[in-house]
Ligand binder design. Structure first.
Ligand code: HEM
Length: 502
C-alpha cells in the first residue's frame, strides 16, 4: 500500500516537473527531414544560401545538419553577442572534422584544437614566436624579396614581346599570387621556396597543399552523417588518411633537416629553428608534433586566404578605374616621387591603399562563414537557449553586406573607411578576421603582405580589363571563397621600373 502511494507520488512529481519545466526558447528553424535534417537546404555558395534563409527566419536561426545542431548568425549585434564577453569562452571550441582527425594531428592544431590548455599554449607560441612585431620585423626581407620577384616576373612578361613597352600583355594573376603567398610563408617557416622552383620536392609539396584544399574542412558530408565514414563510399576517409601520412612525412623531414643543420645560414631565423631552440629547454611544450602542426597551419591558413584577397582586390580595381587612379596617385606621391619601390613601412602612410584592402575584405572575406565554432556548455544568447555542442556559423559575408549597418552595401567604395571611427568601432559589423578569442592570429602578417603586394602591383604597372568587359565577380566553390572565374588582366610596366634596380 505504502509502496503504491510512493510510486504514484513519484509519478505525479515527475509529470509536474515535466509540465512546469521552464520552456526552452530555441532559435527559429525551417521544417526538416528525419536523418538529414536541413542538409538538403545547403546550396553553393553556402554563405549566400544561409543569408537567403535568414530573410525568412531572422538574424539568428538554427539548423539540423545531419546529426549536428547548428546556429547561424547574420547580424552584427548578434555576432558581437556570441563572440564577446562570457559567450566568447563558451563558443571558443571548434567542431571535430574528419580531415582534422586524419590530416591534422587529430584536431590538435591551433586552428582546430578545443578551447583549453593545449590551445592556449599554441596561441601563446603563435603570439610570441611567430606573429610578434619583432618576429615580423625580422622577416621583412623575405616578403620584400618575394614581392620583387613577382614584379620581375610580370615586368619580364610585359617586355618579352620585342621590348615593346607601349603594349599591354594578358596575364592570369591567380597562379602568380598563390606562388607569392606560398613562398613567403614557406620561407618564413622553413627558409624554402617551392613556387618558381622545378624540383621533385617542390612539385610534391604543391600537390599536397592543393589536395588539402580540395578535401577542405567541413565540406565532407560524413562530418554531419558519421555513419557514412564507416562505409567510405566516396573514398574521402582513405584520401584524408593518405594526405595525413604524406604531409606528416614531409613536415618531419623539414624538422629533421633543421635539426641536422642548426647554425647554417639558410636555416637561421626560420620559425622551425626558433621552435627547435625552445624545444631544447621545454621539451614537453615544444614536441615535434606541435612544431609540425604549427607549420601545417601556417601553410594552410596563411597562403590561399591572402592570395584570393589579392585577386579580389585587383578585380575590384579593374572594375573601378577611378579607384585604381586614386590609389596610384597616392603611391606616386608617397613612394614613386622618391624614385624607389614601395616598402612595408609605406603601408601606414598609404591610407587609401589600406581602405581599398578593407573594402575588398568587407565585400569578399576569404572566410565568409569564419571557421565554425562550437559551444562547450549550455548558454543563453540573444534570448535563445543554445545547448552545449552546438556549431556556430557567423555569416561574416552577409553581415558585411547588411543594409541595416552599411550604407549602399553592395557598392565598392573604399572611402567608407576614411573616418577614424570606421577603423576602430566595428561592433561586429566588419569581421573578416573573426572576433574574440579565436580571431585570426595572422591578421598583422596578412595586412603586411596585402599592403606590400597590392601597393607594388599598382605602383609598378598600368592595369586594364581584358576585352574591356566588366570583370565577373561571382564567387566560386572552395574553402576560401575564390573567384569563380580566374582573373585575367592586361598590364604594362610603369616608368618607375626604368628608374629602379630590382
Ligand atoms: C583563423 C581570416 C590570413 C592563420 C582565421 C579565421 C578567419 C581568418 C575568419 C577564423 C576566426 C574565427 O573563427 O572567429 C583570415 C583572412 C586572412 C588570413 C581573411 C588573409 C586575408 C592568415 C595568415 C595566417 C593565418 C596569413 C598565418 C600565417 C590563422 C590561424 C587561425 C586563423 C592559425 C586559427 C585561429 C584559432 O583557431 O585559434 N583566419 N586569415 N591567417 N587564421 Fe587567418
Amino acid at each position: 500500500m505504502f509502496n503504491l502511494v510512493s510510486v504514484a507520488l513519484l509519478l505525479v512529481l515527475i509529470t509536474a516537473s515535466y509540465l512546469f519545466r521552464p520552456k526552452k526558447n530555441s532559435p527559429p528553424s525551417p521544417v526538416g527531414f528525419p536523418v538529414i535534417g536541413h542538409l538538403h537546404l545547403l546550396k553553393e555558395p553556402v554563405h549566400r544560401c544561409l543569408r537567403d534563409l535568414s530573410h525568412h527566419l531572422g538574424p539568428v536561426f538554427s539548423l539540423k545538419l545531419g546529426s549536428c545542431r547548428a546556429v547561424v548568425v547574420t547580424s552584427a549585434s548578434a555576432a558581437e553577442e556570441f563572440l564577446t564577453h562570457q559567450n566568447d569562452i563558451v563558443f571558443a571550441n571548434r567542431p571535430i572534422s574528419t580531415l582534422g582527425v586524419y590530416a591534422g594531428y587529430n584536431n590538435t592544431m591551433v586552428s582546430a584544437a578545443p578551447y583549453g590548455e593545449l590551445w592556449r599554449n599554441l596561441r601563446r607560441i603563435c603570439t610570441l614566436e611567430i606573429f610578434s612585431a619583432a618576429r615580423l620585423r625580422e622577416s621583412f626581407e623575405i616578403r620584400r624579396d618575394e614581392v620583387r620577384a613577382l614584379l620581375q616576373t610580370i615586368h619580364a612578361a610585359t617586355t618579352k614581346s620585342g621590348g615593346d613597352k607601349e603594349h599591354f600583355v594578358r596575364l592570369e594573376l591567380r597562379p602568380l599570387l598563390s606562388g607569392l603567398t606560398f613562398n613567403i610563408v614557406m620561407r618564413m617557416v622553413a627558409g624554402k621556396r617551392y613556387y618558381g622552383e622545378e624540383n621533385e620536392e617542390a612539385k610534391e609539396v604543391r600537390e599536397l597543399i592543393s589536395e588539402a584544399f580540395v578535401l577542405g574542412g567541413f565540406t565532407y558530408v560524413g562530418d554531419f552523417l558519421p555513419v557514412l565514414k564507416l562505409f567510405d563510399f566516396d573514398g574521402y576517409v582513405k584520401r584524408a588518411k593518405r594526405l595525413g601520412s604524406k604531409l606528416d612525412k614531409f613536415l618531419q623531414k623539414l624538422v629533421d633537416e633543421h635539426r641536422r643543420n642548426r647554425g647554417k645560414t639558410e636555416f637561421e631565423n626560420t620559425m622551425i629553428t626558433h621552435l627547435l631552440t625552445l624545444q631544447e629547454s621545454q621539451h614537453d611544450y615544444y614536441t615535434d608534433e606541435i612544431i609540425k602542426g604549427l607549420v601545417q597551419v601556417m601553410l594552410v591558413a596563411g597562403t590561399d586566404t591572402t592570395a584570393v584577397t589579392l585577386e579580389w582586390a585587383m578585380a575590384n580595381l579593374l572594375n573601378h578605374p577611378e579607384v585604381l587612379v586614386k590609389a596610384k596617385t597616392e603611391l606616386n606621391a608617397v613612394v614613386s616621387r622618391e624614385g624607389r619601390l614601395m616598402e612595408e613601412s609605406d603601408i601606414a602612410t598609404c591610407k587609401y591603399l589600406s581602405n581599398v584592402i578593407s573594402e575588398t575584405l568587407r565585400l569578399y572575406p576569404a572566410a565568409p562563414l569564419l571557421v565554425p565554432h562550437a559551444s562547450s556548455d549550455n548558454c543563453k544568447v540573444s534570448g535563445y537557449d543554445i545547448p552545449r555542442g552546438t556549431w556556430l556559423f557567423i555569416n561574416a559575408w552577409a553581415i558585411q553586406r547588411d543594409p541595416k549597418v552599411w550604407d549602399e552595401p553592395e557598392i565598392f567604395e573604399p572611402e567608407r573607411f576614411d573616418s577614424e571611427e570606421s577603423k576602430t568601432h566595428h561592433h561586429g559589423k566588419f569581421i573578416p578576421f573573426g572576433m574574440g578569442r579565436r580571431a585570426c592570429p595572422g591578421m598583422g602578417l596578412a595586412h603586411l603582405v596585402l599592403g606590400l603586394a597590392l601597393g607594388s602591383l599598382i605602383q609598378c604597372f598600368d592595369w586594364e580589363r581584358d576585352d574591356d568587359v566588366a570583370v565577373d565577380m561571382s564567387e566560386g566553390k572552395g574553402l576560401t571563397m575564390p573567384k569563380a572565374v580566374r582573373l585575367v588582366a592586361k598590364c604594362k610596366s610603369s616608368p618607375i621600373l626604368d628608374q629602379v634596380a630590382f
